[in-house]
Design a protein around this ligand. Structure first.
Ligand SMILES: *Cc1c(COP(=O)(O)O)cnc(C)c1O
Length: 398
């Protein structure tokens, strides 16, 4: 391990968070208690939803959303290859198939016009038209049915939800919104998490707000709420006795300490997001116009950015590998972000994906570099990272 001068990310925890967690410990009620219910209501209210279902990670929230949306063996869901692997893995848990379409170069978000084209071809196209979108290993003989769209708000910037929602309703597809990176963001004035039949947030310590491990599903429909609660809690229905189980379920419950921590963080969400926005603006001021780096682009439809990570693109002739190594030698961590999902070894093996299939996502996968980022970062630390990056770019061009 290198000794880095600046951490890649860090949570922003104050005395209120400590007090809230200690308070739960002194009550002795550690699970299925009032904090979880309060936290659910608070997150639902934040994005104008009727229901919140707290879960123990964003990934478990996505898994529950996939089951509740009725996805099962061989069913197809259109999603993005440029994301954290959990947004596609949640489909594989139910033996459903992620059908990737390429992303927009500017934002890294799923290309909504490709979503529409793929849905049209899959819902009524010829076999050749369907095959164009299917993973290579399913071409030719697939009876698979398109059931869902699963967009992701990459890096805290909302995907083109008007266009994606229109496609979902036109073809009666379930809409699962992966908002794990976007709490507090807004798309044309509407909050991230307000678009999906079920929408999911994540609260891992590197996210904008944290519960340790944890996540939240939000929804409006009562049936999805009831099903989600049951799946989270061992398949029990609300009317079941403790050892009665109506269906196959999981233990995906969030505990009371985590919910108390989440409530304390949520009260500070505006502060946390504006601190992150300030750190992002320090970076952009210093890096704009520097040859070899491209700073993040914010779409006009993003009326509020919820900065999750600060990701630049390293442009030729500079090499990203060399930039990472040289930054590391100077005590600065940085990471490729994301590695496209279709190129992960088990996706290649299972679905026959290869390089060349989603050129925009692949290009972003080769160029994109996350710099150290958090709400507790100081302007001096941003200076330090930027000076090092500029120095590295100058030497790597020689
Ligand atoms: C963080 C994240 C998740 C999963 O969250 P966990 O709480 O770590 O399980 C899912 N999707 C995306 C896009 C994420 O960034």
């Amino acid at each position: 391990m290198n000794d880095f001068r600046v951490p890649m990310s860090s949570p922003d925890l104050g005395p209120d968070e400590t007090a809230a967690v200690l308070d739960v410990v002194t009550t002795g009620m550690l699970s299925i208690g009032p904090r979880v219910a309060e936290f659910e209501q608070a997150v639902a209210a934040l994005c104008s939803r009727r229901h919140g279902i707290a879960v123990n990670s964003g990934t478990s929230g996505l898994h529950v959303a996939v089951i509740a949306s009725g996805l099962a063996d061989g069913d197809l869901a259109i999603t993005t290859p440029f994301s954290f692997v959990a947004s596609a893995n949640c489909l594989l848990y139910e033996r459903a198939v992620p059908l990737f379409v390429d992303v927009e170069a500017a934002t890294g978000n799923i290309d909504a016009s490709l979503v529409a084209e793929a849905a049209r071809d899959l819902m009524g196209g010829t076999e050749a038209a369907r095959d164009r979108w299917l993973p290579p290993s399913l071409r030719g003989a697939s009876q698979s049915v398109l059931k869902a769209v699963l967009p992701v708000h990459a890096f805290g910037q909302p995907a083109d939800m008007d266009h994606i929602s229109a496609t979902a309703s036109q073809f009666k597809l379930a809409l699962i919104e992966d908002s794990c990176e976007a709490i507090g963001a807004a798309y044309r004035g509407r909050p991230a998490g307000s678009f999906g039949d079920m929408s999911v947030f994540a609260f891992y310590p590197n996210k904008q707000m944290t519960t340790g491990e944890g996540g939240m599903i939000v929804a409006d429909r009562d049936d999805l709420n009831a099903l989600g609660r049951s799946l989270r809690n061992q398949g029990r229905d609300v009317f079941n006795e403790w050892l009665d189980h109506s269906r196959l379920g999981y233990n995906y419950r969030l505990d009371e300490m985590s919910a108390a921590l989440g409530l304390a963080q949520l009260r500070r969400l505006d502060e946390l997001l504006s601190k992150r926005a300030r750190v992002a603006s320090w970076y952009t001021e210093r890096l704009a116009g520097i040859e070899g780096v491209r700073t993040p682009e914010i779409a006009a439809s993003t009326t509020r950015m919820s900065w999750f990570v600060y990701v630049v693109r390293i442009e030729p002739p500079a090499s990203r590998r060399e930039v990472i190594d040289q930054l590391s030698a100077r005590g600065i961590p940085s990471r490729p972000y994301f590695a496209p999902i279709h190129l992960q070894p088990f996706y290649r093996d299972r679905f026959g994906y290869a390089r060349g299939q989603f050129p925009v996502a692949e290009r972003l996968g080769e160029d994109s570099l996350a710099l150290p980022f958090s709400s507790v970062m100081t302007e001096d630390q941003v200076d330090d990272v930027c000076e090092s990056l500029v120095a590295v770019l100058q030497t790597s061009e020689v």
